[in-house]
Design a protein around this ligand. Structure first.
Ligand code: GZL
Length: 320
């Protein structure tokens, strides 16, 4: 081929790419995403992060809200398989019951990425990567804060009540496990009652009302698996004529704006951060998987602990 023809073709090809002519434009990646629901401030921020990241990346996102029902997530995943999406991603509402539908995705050759919460499956090859927090460590961080706080009143025995997250969910199981691991054997820290508040403000308030009715002024500490349940419980504590953050220490997890506002008001003592802004990392992993590149099996999000003392200073930096 002579030099002129080569130059012409190179120019034509470059022009085609620049003009993004259909013949050369790559088909946008299509991700099917099944979200737990819209049960908390954390979840809302997580959804916004995923949708914004897909839009910014020019990725087509098929988004399904399961309203915290596993059967809705299974249905959504089957629909994504039928639509032949390139990648399936989801935040599993509970740990178990996924083997069958994930085997169907594998048979259809559609890679699956877990975000936020883990699954308990017999075959780890049923998903390619899990992007999310270390919930056991979050529970340990909550426990460590209380152990240090108790040392300020060395003779006091602190009676604890616990609001657990959704029954069977990875964050509920693991946050309980991590907290118990740290307080185990400490004679000054006693667990009085523990019950699920399903990660919502309404249920958190309702269960805290029951705790207060049963145990009243014996309660010294509330450990809530998320800020929304803590905020609901704070209302119950105030309606019982007690001072949250003082009469009853309040420890929670997530680090949403509502928790910072409660800390600034002196009603919540510490929030352990659980980062919901997973969108950009999820899009990158999905692109790599679709391109056949190797991806890490486990990606742990980086997180901090925010005691009330730093709330006012940190609040302007909060993104969710
Ligand atoms: C944690 C996430 C939990 C949050 C809750 O990664 O799964 O679910 O802690 C949310 O606020 O409802």
């Amino acid at each position: 081929m002579n030099c002129n023809r080569r130059t012409f073709l190179a120019a034509a090809f470059a022009a085609a790419f620049t003009l993004n002519l259909p013949a050369f434009a790559a088909k946008p990646l299509v991700i099917g995403f099944s979200q737990v629901g819209a049960e908390s401030e954390w979840r809302t921020a997580n959804t916004v992060s995923i949708k914004d990241a897909a839009k910014k990346e020019g990725i087509t996102l098929k988004f399904a809200d399961a309203q915290q029902k596993q059967e809705s997530q299974v249905k959504a995943i089957r629909s994504f398989i039928a639509q032949r999406v390139d990648v399936i991603a989801f935040s599993p509402v509970v740990e178990s019951g996924w083997d069958t539908v994930l085997r169907e995705a594998k048979r259809a050759n559609i890679p699956v990425i877990l975000t936020d919460r883990a699954v308990n499956v017999s075959d780890p090859s049923l998903y390619v990567s899990f992007l999310g927090s270390d919930f056991v460590e979050e529970g340990r961080r909550a426990g460590r804060w209380l152990v240090e706080r108790q040392k300020k009143t060395p003779d006091a025995v602190l009676n604890i009540v616990e609001l657990q997250g959704t029954v069977g969910s990875a964050p509920a199981l693991d946050r309980k496990k991590g907290f118990e691991e740290v307080i185990a054997g400490n004679s000054k820290l006693k667990m009085l009652r523990s019950q699920t508040g399903d990660f919502t403000r309404a249920k958190g308030k309702e269960v805290m009302e029951a705790f207060l009715k049963a145990e009243g002024k014996k309660i010294n500490v509330l450990y809530a698996h998320n800020d929304d349940m803590a905020i609901g419980a704070i209302q119950a504590i105030e309606e019982a004529g007690l001072k949250p953050g003082k009469d009853i220490l309040v420890i929670s997890i997530d680090g949403v704006k509502g928790a910072f506002e409660a800390m600034i008001a002196g009603k919540l003592n510490v929030t352990v951060e659980c980062n919901p802004l997973l969108g950009p990392q999820l899009m990158q992993i999905a692109r790599d998987v679709a391109a056949g590149k190797p991806v890490p099996k486990r990606v742990v999000t980086q997180e901090s602990v925010f005691p009330a003392e730093v709330a006012a200073k940190e609040f302007p930096n909060r993104k969710y």
